[in-house]
Design a protein around this ligand. Structure first.
Ligand SMILES: Nc1nc2c(ncn2[C@@H]2O[C@H](COP(=O)(O)OP(=O)(O)OP(=O)(O)O)[C@@H](O)[C@H]2O)c(=O)[nH]1
Ligand SMILES: [K+]
Ligand SMILES: [Mg+2]
Length: 431
């Protein structure tokens, strides 16, 4: 258990009207007293003069949060200072001279986890909430920080623990002492659990995609109007547009918010057999980006015949867009769009929003959000899958224990020891 007092700026860096400095650790009360005199009443903002070596540093609001009813579970405090660099430097220096030290990244939340204030998924939710750029991300992060995933996984953990307890009892006691069919009951309950975990996993990666953002790449022949379309969709001149074929070389990225889902839209080099070394590298990058993208926009310009290079990218995740629709009639197999007149842009945007919503999370469900959740649940599922064919009760118990450990890795609460209490507490077998 760490007993040093840590401190950090909780508000953003830079000059500001108010800067919030946060402290945590068992010695926090003494540190606050050293700077601010007597402690304010718990959880009430009090105006205090902060002094160090006789010098006035600032007049600040001081909040005192005695543990365990604090964010970290430890004694904690906040100074709401005037947000100037000299004030912050002076207070930081004073804090260090009292023995406090600057916090490591994430250290407050880490201490909260160590003190049982939240599980790992809630801690991840808090990190995601701070990083959230769109409303969709914010909703998902808030749900996770509020314990939605923890509740789901803890429910599974509790049920697995109960199953393991029964399975252990089956091994421990003579069969005639137990209700008949107990082993079958374990098998049936395990199958139900298995189905729930499998359903949770079969989410199409929507929660992860909402957290990480969706990648859309624009592909097409040189001069198909890719850069013009990117600029039109994001409403600024993000990429260079010119009448010369082969203008774009590097992948040009712009961020978009589509129905609350963060999207990185990538403009790429026009696809063709390039002889120019730099252009050829640009086309390699375009192809690499296209391979990684969640969605492809294939551009075919009304004034050019469809090119084989772009047609080759016709895949299930590709949308056909007929660009420069102001220049003439276009086929009906795609979306007509003109970056010059704006024709078709609202329809394209609506289509992209629908595609984004179908691929990324919605607000109603509790979705897993990180590859580590997925990996651990797949591991748990694989162990549950061994149950029906495991020839011995001991092996079935081992499989249940391994599944429990896998889910315990997600929440950070492994808790396999708890099973012993359940075995001898829940089962009064009369021995
Ligand atoms: N009439 C018309 N011209 C367009 C439209 N979109 C782009 N253009 C023109 O087409 C030319 C090429 O546009 P770009 O956006 O640079 O095309 P690109 O596909 O990015 O080209 P590369 O980067 O060279 O592969 C420019 O002269 C644009 O002004 C459109 O919707 N209508
Ligand atoms: K061009
Ligand atoms: Mg371009």
């Amino acid at each position: 258990m760490p007993d040093d007092v840590i401190f950090a700026l909780a508000s953003g860096a830079g000059r500001a009207a108010v800067a919030v400095l946060r402290l945590s650790g068992p010695g926090t009360g003494a540190v606050v007293q050293a700077l601010a005199g007597r402690l304010p009443p718990p959880r009430h903002a009090s105006l205090r003069r902060l002094r160090h070596k006789g010098e006035l540093l600032d007049e600040a609001l001081v909040l005192w949060f005695p543990g365990p009813a604090s964010y970290t579970g430890e004694d904690s405090a906040e100074f709401h200072l005037h947000g100037g660099p000299a004030v912050l430097a002076g207070v930081a220096e004073a804090l260090v001279s009292t023995g406090a030290r600057p916090a490591e990244p994430g250290e407050f939340t880490r201490r909260a986890f160590v003190n049982g204030k939240l599980d790992l998924t809630a801690a991840e939710g808090i990190a995601d909430l701070i990083a959230a750029e769109t409303a969709g991300q914010r909703r998902q992060a808030l749900r996770q920080a509020g314990g939605a995933l923890a509740t789901l996984y803890e429910d599974w953990t509790a049920r697995l623990t109960a199953l393991l307890a029964r399975q252990e009892a089956f091994i421990e006691f003579e069969e005639e002492d137990l209700p008949s069919g107990l082993d079958d009951a374990v098998a049936i309950a395990a199958t139900t659990l298995r189905t729930e975990i499998a359903t949770h996993l079969a989410d199409g990666g929507r929660g992860e995609r909402l957290r990480e953002g969706l990648h859309i790449a624009i592909l097409g022949a040189p001069n198909a109007g890719k850069s013009s379309l990117l600029n039109a969709l994001v409403g600024r001149e993000a990429a260079i547009v010119s009448a010369r074929a082969g203008t774009t070389r590097d992948v040009v990225e712009a961020r978009l918010d589509l129905a609350g889902i963060p999207v990185t839209l990538a403009d790429t080099a026009g696809l063709r057999d390039a002889t120019d070394e730099i252009e050829a590298e640009g086309i390699r990058r375009a192809r690499r980006r296209a391979e990684q993208a969640d969605l492809l926009l294939l551009l075919f310009a009304a004034d050019q015949p469809p090119d084989a290079e772009t047609l080759a990218w016709h895949r299930p995740n590709a949308l056909v867009v007929h660009s420069k629709s102001d220049l003439g009639p276009v086929p009906s197999d795609g979306l007509p769009v003109s970056a010059h007149t704006g024709e078709g842009l609202p329809a394209l945007r609506a289509r992209l929003e629908a595609e984004a919503l179908s691929r990324a999370g919605t607000t109603a469900e509790t979705l897993l959000t990180r590859p580590r959740h997925r990996a651990a649940l797949q591991d748990a599922l694989a162990w549950l899958d061994t149950l029906p064919s495991a020839p011995l009760p001991e092996l079935r118990a081992e499989a249940l224990r391994a599944a429990l450990r896998a889910i315990g890795r997600i929440t950070g609460r492994v808790g396999v020891e708890a099973v012993l209490d359940v075995v001898f507490g829940e089962f009064c077998i009369g021995k």
